[in-house]
Unconditional design. Structure first.
Length: 356
């Protein structure tokens, strides 16, 4: 939208503009435009920067200050307290010596190491979107060392969501930086939204699914997978094609074949991600349906489960509408999974995917 372009334009000139001329604007459309521009400028820089440039009358349009949930401020009883203090006070030293014999990380579990490293990096880079990127570039080796598998990467996503629990914008900003720089994969985000890793946390997980921003994050994860494939496809298309060279070198042939294999792997990963997301949502819907149909369930509990089921069913169909090209080839497999759902929902979505 124009607001996004205009904000980027202002960033090239230090956000200096005739802001005082906007003080008297009272039309709702003008007010909304101003608020969106200010919010985007803050995302590109930081709140204090805009506070110093905007007239006091326009400060009401600044986004509310977000206080991170840095749990290590609660005291020494929190696991990882010593490592967090040691890391946050001297990030550069922590990056260089966190594997040393006297490192406080030595006494922590892999999950606690990820929580500490993620929290401290986010706090260090909390000033702005660009500052977080710089922090990850400079000190990200600390976190990258502990992100060794899917569970540790899921822990990283959970830590991001917990630390910025009061700001979906901050969560999305952090996840974008972490995926763009290769700390996380889109599948880690999709897995976090569509599955509950611990059955004991099912109640908290279901409350999470009631939040609209969670679905925005899911769509971001799915779309990021598409962008990664598109970028790889574009890079592949720019390679010299050996078929157009009468005497291609061995190096050219090997490089082309290597990139072709990598592109096909990325394509399979992309398609698999969409199928996995639909299967995970199917499982959640199935379990909810079974609970709703129980005869001895309380009316208030049944009503809350029906509300959650409705939200999930709508998101389930929305994903099908939005990403039908990537589901079509796997429709027979998915239809078999969908037999446990309400017949109308399956019929609608299957017809949608097949006929588009």
């Amino acid at each position: 939208p124009f607001q996004e372009w205009f904000s980027l334009h202002l960033s090239n000139f230090g956000y200096r503009w005739g802001w005082s001329l906007w003080v008297t604007q009272s039309h709702p459309a003008q007010t909304d435009f101003l608020r969106e521009v200010v919010h985007r400028c803050v995302a590109l820089s930081y709140t204090q920067k805009l506070e110093g440039l905007l007239p006091p009358e326009l400060h009401e349009h600044l986004p509310k200050k977000v206080v991170p949930n840095f749990k290590y401020l609660k005291g020494a009883s929190v696991p990882g307290f010593q490592a967090a203090g040691w890391t946050y006070k001297n990030m550069a030293r922590a990056v260089a010596t966190h594997l040393g014999e006297d490192s406080p990380y030595k006494s922590l579990s892999p999950r606690e190491c990820v929580e500490v490293a993620t929290s401290c990096l986010l706090m260090t880079g909390a000033k702005s979107f660009s500052f977080l990127g710089t922090t990850l570039d400079t000190h990200g080796g600390l976190l990258r060392h502990y992100l060794v598998d899917a569970p540790t990467r899921r822990c990283c996503v959970e830590t991001v969501a917990s630390l910025w629990a009061t700001s979906s914008e901050r969560i999305l900003m952090a996840l974008h930086q972490l995926t763009s720089k290769g700390f996380l994969f889109p599948s880690d985000i999709v897995d976090w939204v569509t599955t509950c890793a611990d059955p004991q946390e099912m109640s908290s997980y279901r409350n999470l699914l009631l939040q609209q921003w969670v679905w925005e994050i899911l769509y971001y994860g799915l779309s990021k997978s598409l962008h990664l494939y598109d970028d790889q496809q574009s890079a592949f298309d720019r390679l010299p094609n050996p078929k157009h060279d009468p005497l291609p070198s061995e190096e050219l042939l090997e490089k082309y074949e290597e990139k072709a294999v990598a592109l096909e792997t990325q394509k399979q990963a992309r398609n698999s991600l969409f199928i996995t997301a639909m299967k995970n949502l199917t499982n959640t819907l199935t379990s909810l349906k079974a609970e709703i149909e129980e005869t001895d369930i309380e009316s208030t509990t049944k009503a809350s489960l029906q509300r959650l089921y409705s939200i999930l069913a709508n998101q389930f169909k929305a994903i099908g509408r939005r990403y039908y090209p990537f589901l079509r080839s796997s429709l027979p497999l998915l239809e078999e999974e969908w037999t446990t759902l309400v017949k109308d929902e399956v019929t609608q979505l299957a017809a949608l995917v097949r006929n588009y």
